[in-house]
Design a binder for this molecule. Structure first.
Ligand code: FA5
Length: 511
């Protein structure tokens, strides 16, 4: 991108201008001094000039070295090994035990001294006698590398590592390992103008103070016409912002709600803690049905029992279970137990809301409900113990199974899915069907929901004389496919990264 000079901030111009008179490679401090700028302003302008490829910032890490207290003490008194060496040279050779007994040094310093003289190849110990080596002779009048640095530091107080000679660098390693130094890491910068920056300088840079705000006074006095404004840079980097948003599952639930309302359905609700009566019995589900077992349904200790509705309804349901009532069916042919029907359960499906609704409302009706349901399930990529269903009924004298299929096809189409239907069985419907969708990644069909025409054994006790088309669809499975995730559990994990990146926006369909 080619920049024009009037697109630059005044600080950027000032920094660039400094290269004109001071040279093409500069320390920021020098620029700050020349342009009477704060060093932070120079660096911030240099950063944005670098992003525009007008300046290159060279960063160099260096170490500022000082002596710590112990180092200072050694620098003044001499290293223990130097003092010991001088003593040994006087004595020519000495027995170890005499050294400890006779020498003026503390035991600690003798040990340190011997250790370092050995490391520096300055002594050898034979049969308990200490002798200075030949190799060491050159150090009699010459400093070791660490001593050289000690002296330098004593003189100068602090030295940059980068300025050390090869010898002093060796000394630095020795003193650093002995813990005698205080080392501070510092990054220094050198700014270099690029070829593009030079071209811009050649075009001529005019430094005119710019207005950052237009004040009321400027407008009143007409000064605003003479002010210089900098154009906006719409490519400037900006911080990423993650505003709060609704969970994608919530968005999908809202989308489903809107679709059913747009299709003329009215919304209803029901309790999560439900009697077995509404959850199972009113739906002609026999009391020994597998789904009613403890291992499939959550039964509650509290409340102990649920109140049942209208006695007449209870009697009719009992009749239908035992003999089929007056539906012409034989029923299940067993003794219906009211105490089983009174048991409280966490509803296992939302179909109980439809049963309640039909008891309280007369056809023609189109009702949907959305709610949580609970099952004792083994968790898998497509099974949760707690999930949402959307339930619905269409009750009218002329509603048929074909209307039911058409309604479901239409609903899924609005969500962007093509579904297929296959025959199924539910105790409360006939004909019954299940809708499925193909998952190419899994290479299999996944079941999305069940549907069918409520049986007379369900409708008669409720006093419904018209046919009723009913459906109950899983929402998490829909969400899973819509959001492109291959594990249903993802919907309930607080994975903030996934939630942030999730592209679904309320009301906008992805597929
Ligand atoms: C029922 O719940 C019936 N009540 C549906 C119905 C209503 C049939 C009215 C006829 C008339 P089913 O158990 O198949 O059916 O569950 C319906 C859908 O809920 C499934 O297709 C699936 O999408 C979803 N579902 C079922 N179990 C789970 C689970 N453990 N985790 C997530 N979703 C599930």
């Amino acid at each position: 991108m080619v920049y024009k000079t009037d697109e630059l901030h005044i600080y950027e111009k000032k920094v660039l201008k400094a290269f004109e008179s001071l040279g093409f490679s500069l320390k920021p401090e020098k620029i700050a001094k020349k342009q009477k700028m704060d060093i932070k302003a120079v660096m911030s302008a240099a950063g944005s000039l670098e992003s525009k490829n007008l300046v290159k910032i060279h960063r160099k890490t260096d170490y500022l070295i000082r002596l710590n207290d112990e180092g200072l003490k050694y620098a003044k008194e001499g290293l223990p090994e130097r003092r010991l060496l001088n003593y040994l040279l006087e004595k020519k050779s000495i027995k170890m035990k005499d050294l400890f007994r006779e020498s003026p040094f503390e035991k600690k310093d003798i040990n340190i001294g011997i250790g370092w003289l050995k490391k520096k190849n300055c002594i050898k110990i034979k049969k308990g006698v200490l002798e200075v080596t030949k190799k060491c002779e050159k150090f009699i009048d010459k400093d070791f590398e660490d001593e050289k640095l000690l002296k330098e530091l004593l003189k100068k107080e602090e030295i940059w590592y980068s300025s050390l000679t090869k010898d002093l660098k060796k000394g630095y390693e020795l003193l650093k390992n002995r813990g005698l130094l205080d080392i501070k890491e510092k990054t220094t910068h050198v700014l270099e103008i690029t070829e593009e920056g030079k071209k811009l300088l050649d075009e001529g840079l005019e430094i005119i103070e710019e207005a950052t705000q237009v004040t009321h006074e400027d407008l009143k006095s007409g000064r605003w016409k003479r002010l210089k404004y900098r154009p906006y840079d719409i490519f400037v980097e900006y911080p990423k912002i993650y505003p709060g948003k609704t969970h994608p599952l919530r968005d999908i639930i809202e989308e489903i709600r809107k679709i059913f309302i747009s299709m003329g359905f009215k919304e209803s609700r029901g309790p999560i803690v439900e009697s077995a009566f509404w959850n199972f019995d009113s739906l002609f589900q026999p009391q020994d049905h597998a789904a009613r077992e403890m291992q499939d349904t959550f039964y509650l200790k509290n409340p102990k029992i649920c109140d049942l509705p209208d006695e007449k309804l209870v009697k009719k349901v009992k009749d239908v279970h035992e003999h089929g009532g007056s539906t012409g069916s034989e029923g299940w042919g067993y003794k219906w137990d009211i105490s089983i029907a009174k048991k409280p359960v966490l509803r296992t499906h939302t179909t109980c809301i439809s049963a309640r609704f039909l008891f309280e409302n007369k056809p023609p009706v189109k009702m949907f409900s959305i709610g949580r349901v609970f099952r004792r399930e083994t968790i898998t990529y497509k099974h949760l113990p707690e999930f949402h269903q959307v339930e619905g009924i269409i009750a009218s004298k002329d509603v048929t199974f074909r209307d039911l299929l058409g309604t479901l096809r239409e609903f899924y189409k609005k969500l962007g899915f093509e579904v297929r239907f296959r025959p199924a069985y539910f105790p409360y419907t006939y004909l019954s069907t299940e809708c499925e969708i193909y998952l190419p990644e899994k290479g299999s069909w996944i079941e999305l929901g069940g549907a069918g025409m409520f049986r007379p054994e369900v409708l008669e006790p409720l006093g419904i004389k018209t046919p009723v088309a009913a459906f109950g669809l899983g929402i998490e499975r829909l969400a899973m496919i819509k959001l492109g995730i291959d594990d249903i559990r993802m919907l309930y994990r607080s994975n903030i990264e996934w939630l942030r990146k999730n592209p679904l926006v309320k009301g906008i369909k992805l597929s």
